[in-house]
Design a protein around this ligand. Structure first.
Ligand SMILES: *[C@@H]1O[C@H](CO)[C@@H](O)[C@H](O)[C@H]1NC(C)=O
Ligand SMILES: *[C@@H]1O[C@H](CO)[C@@H](O)[C@H](O)[C@H]1NC(C)=O
Length: 372
């Protein structure tokens, strides 16, 4: 560092002392300024302005602890089989129930998805995001330990012939919860997080049917503005992938909005996103729904379990917003905050005795993002 010393006389010890003091003060000020900038920047890399320690609650388990929790991965404890591996029910030594996801050895994507999930999820804390209790990484073993979600994935309630189908009100509350979780991902940090694999199989339900978004294996930090991220390989699940992202590899949070539109269609129709047992034109439920509307036959895809029980105004509201989510081009899709608002209006319509359906759509335009 070179300081210019033009006005300092070269003689007189008082001046020299004063000069030294002045320079010291300047240095101290400069130093603390640098410190503040650095501190602020490093704080920004943590999530949501919370102190890093309070949000990172992830525990490292030993393999033996996981074995004990799952009775050595006993078959009776198996909850499901996913892309990443098997999911088991488990119980920790303090009695807490957990879900344990154990990677299939040799899965090539395994390690990066495992690390991605730990890095992202351990910093997230929200009532509608599934929480990561901890993980185990010993040798070949890659295991993730989550809070236990008693009612499983939302998809389960549509894929199988369900004995007690979800009511329309329950479905709305579940969608509102999931939309809140996504809104938090898209907006709560500077860069935002794009989930990239929004689907009914990744919306989990706890014992009170509270919805939580899960599975961050392929999620990406990205801009919450409309800047797009170019990713080399298009990832996601067939039936849910944003067609514009599929064509261009440009990823934005509007890709999640598209996938969420498919979720809404599943919720309206009670059918899975893709059903290969049906004739070609009906395999993809979103396409089928759109074509049905054009032909004036939307009733064809409505879930018989809710027809006649849900209010038409409420159903229409969800259908309208689902259609907007499914717009071919992302620029025509609403942000998730708007979707959330419409769903809240739909719940309001379902619960109210107001007969007209006029009062609804404007509300969303005006208070686009209102989130609790
Ligand atoms: C977090 O807490 C631990 C122990 O309480 C402490 O040693 C550590 O320095 C803290 N880390 C940060 C980044 O504050
Ligand atoms: C039990 O242990 C887990 C993991 O260490 C912890 O997250 C949880 O809060 C504990 N539960 C109780 C009731 O102490």
């Amino acid at each position: 560092m070179a300081f210019e010393l033009p006005s300092i006389p070269s003689h007189g010890s008082t001046s020299t002392v004063l000069f030294v003091i002045a320079v010291s003060i300047l240095l101290v000020l400069f130093g603390s300024l640098c410190y503040c900038l650095v501190a602020r920047r490093s704080k920004g890399t943590y999530h949501n302005d919370k102190p890093s320690n309070s949000s990172v609650t992830c525990r490292v388990f030993t393999f033996q602890e996981v074995q004990e929790a799952t009775n050595n991965f006993q078959e009776d404890f198996l909850l499901g089989i996913g892309g990443f591996g098997n999911v088991y029910k488990g119980k920790l030594e303090n009695g807490t129930k957990v879900a344990v996801k154990r990677a299939t050895p040799l899965s090539t994507q395994g390690l990066s998805e495992f690390q991605n999930e730990i890095q992202l999820l351990s910093k997230l804390q929200h009532p509608h995001i599934v929480s990561l209790v901890g993980y185990c990484h010993e040798g070949e073993e890659m295991i993730l330990v989550y809070e236990y979600m008693a009612n499983g994935p939302l998809s389960k309630w549509f894929y199988e012939q369900c004995e007690s189908p979800l009511s329309w009100k329950q479905r709305l509350e579940i969608c509102i919860g999931a939309a809140k979780g996504l809104h938090y991902l898209h907006t709560s940090s500077v860069e935002g997080i794009i989930h990239r694999d929004v689907k009914t199989a990744n919306i989990l339900l706890d014992e009170n049917f509270v919805a939580k978004v899960a599975d961050f294996g392929i999620s990406k930090k990205g801009s919450s503005l409309d800047e797009s991220l170019v990713v080399t390989s298009v990832k996601g699940t067939f039936g849910y992938i944003d067609p514009e992202y599929f064509r261009t590899s440009h990823l934005t949070e509007k890709s999640d909005v598209y996938s969420f539109g498919v979720v809404l269609i599943e919720v309206i129709s009670g059918r899975p996103a893709l059903d290969h047992g049906l004739p070609t034109e009906k395999i993809n439920v979103a396409t089928w729904a759109m074509n049905s509307e054009v032909k004036g036959q939307l009733h064809q895809i409505m879930d018989p379990n809710i027809v006649g029980k849900a209010r038409v105004s409420s159903l229409n509201k969800v259908w309208e917003v689902a259609k907007r989510c499914l717009a071919e081009n992302r620029i025509n899709r609403p942000p998730i905050g708007f979707v959330l608002c419409c769903l809240e209006d739909a719940l309001h319509l379902e619960l109210s005795n107001i007969a007209d359906e006029e009062n609804s759509f404007l509300n969303c335009e005006m208070s686009e993002v209102k989130v609790s």
